[in-house]
Design a protein around this ligand. Structure first.
Ligand code: SAM
Length: 357
């Protein structure tokens, strides 16, 4: 796919459908060209969010269970599972299973992943036995039996499209997963919905990220109803000088600089030495001349903290400029930050970004 091959009217139609909530009417992919155009644009932006999540997981020292099966549920063009496979190496997984209620999406995602990772077995799955895919998909179809464990469940940008029955199906899959990576748009409603699912799942999983603690999510406390857990991924800087990305941004009505997301990374394995005393900044810090102010989440809850510029001018600047996930160890007095260190990778991990898809 190149910019010259983009089906712009298809992207316009998809965009209108996303905005109007037309997804509730059933599968909306109309052709492989829809999926290819989406994958190159909207999907690529989602890929940048996954890159940020995967970079954070590297910082947290997290790796998927060895030899895991990956299930990408609601896969669309399959960008999410391809990002994960590229980050951790396809050789470290036993197979990729794909599911979407659109057979066109399943076929596109399977063909694209099989081309990209030729040694990896790729199948389209039918999570519900009664659910049958169209017969012209050339890849093997496979039922994952209701008892079979799932190594790594991947979910990306589906939550606001799911009717209750589909969400129940997804919950049942969570119950069978060893680990879950779930990335969604960083809107108030979707993030808080994901937060509710976090509360259900935390009895059974270790919260790897974005949380720096295992307690109830403080954002869901009634007094924090206006807040939501979200973060901003850094898009590649070269897109701002690329006329095709600029055209895409204008046509789609998207501010290319802003890439808000929320996510959950969960694992049934409990780390031997979980990192302690970490804080996470929610959203973006605001900078004023004498100080920076931000919402901070840690084991003691949610608090608005300030960093006076004079206390640590380098940190004040770093809070504005860093592209790293905003996870810190603070030195504080009450709600005033005196200094702090950005989380650095554990021994043996590098901080370099993951290979792009
Ligand atoms: C916005 S797209 C995201 C696709 C992909 N996960 C990504 O991150 O790019 C939402 C996807 O969810 C799928 N979907 C919506 N409702 C579904 C359901 N009930 N069961 C399975 N897939 C569903 C849609 O067909 C679509 O491919």
């Amino acid at each position: 796919m190149t910019w010259n091959e983009i089906d712009w009217p298809a992207l316009d139609r998809l965009r209108a459908g996303f905005l109007q909530g037309a997804a509730a009417d059933g599968p909306y992919w109309q052709s492989p060209a829809d999926l290819a155009s989406y994958d190159f644009t909207y999907g690529e932006r989602i890929g940048w969010k996954w890159d940020a999540v995967l970079a954070e997981l590297r910082l947290r020292g997290w790796h998927p269970p060895a030899g895991a099966t990956i299930l990408d549920w609601g896969c669309g063009s399959g960008i999410a599972s391809r990002r994960v496979l590229a980050a951790y190496g396809a050789q470290n997984f036993s197979r990729l299973l794909l599911w979407d209620h659109s057979p066109l999406a399943c076929a596109f995602a399977a063909a694209t992943a099989a081309r990209r990772f030729p040694a990896l077995p790729v199948s389209v799955t039918t999570p519900q036995p009664e659910c049958h895919l169209m017969s012209d998909t050339f890849l093997e179809q496979e039922n994952i039996s209701r008892a079979e464990p799932i190594g790594l469940l991947i979910v990306s940008h589906v939550l606001n499209e799911l009717p209750p029955a589909a969400l129940a199906e997804l919950r049942a899959l969570c119950a069978r997963a060893s680990a879950i990576l779930w990335v969604e748009p960083g809107t108030h409603a979707v993030s808080r919905h994901l937060g509710v699912l976090r509360e259900e799942l935390r009895a059974h999983f270790h919260l790897v990220a974005p949380c720096t603690h295992q307690h109830a999510c403080p954002i869901l406390a009634p007094e924090n109803a206006r807040d939501w857990c979200h973060h901003f991924a850094p898009p590649p800087s070269e897109i701002f000088a690329n006329p095709d990305w600029v055209k895409f941004g204008q046509r789609a009505g998207i501010d290319l600089r802003s890439l808000p997301y929320c996510f959950l990374a969960l694992d049934r394995r409990i780390p031997a030495a979980p990192a302690e005393n970490l804080s996470r900044i929610i959203g973006r810090p605001e900078h004023f001349k004498p100080y920076a102010r931000f919402l901070n989440c840690d084991a003691t809850g949610l608090a608005e903290l300030t960093l006076p510029k004079r206390a640590d001018p380098v940190l004040y600047k770093q809070l504005d400029r860093t592209k790293s996930p905003l996870i810190y160890r603070w030195r504080r007095e009450g709600d005033e930050v005196l200094g702090g260190e950005l989380l650095s990778p554990p021994p043996g991990e590098t901080s370099e970004s993951h290979p792009a898809d």
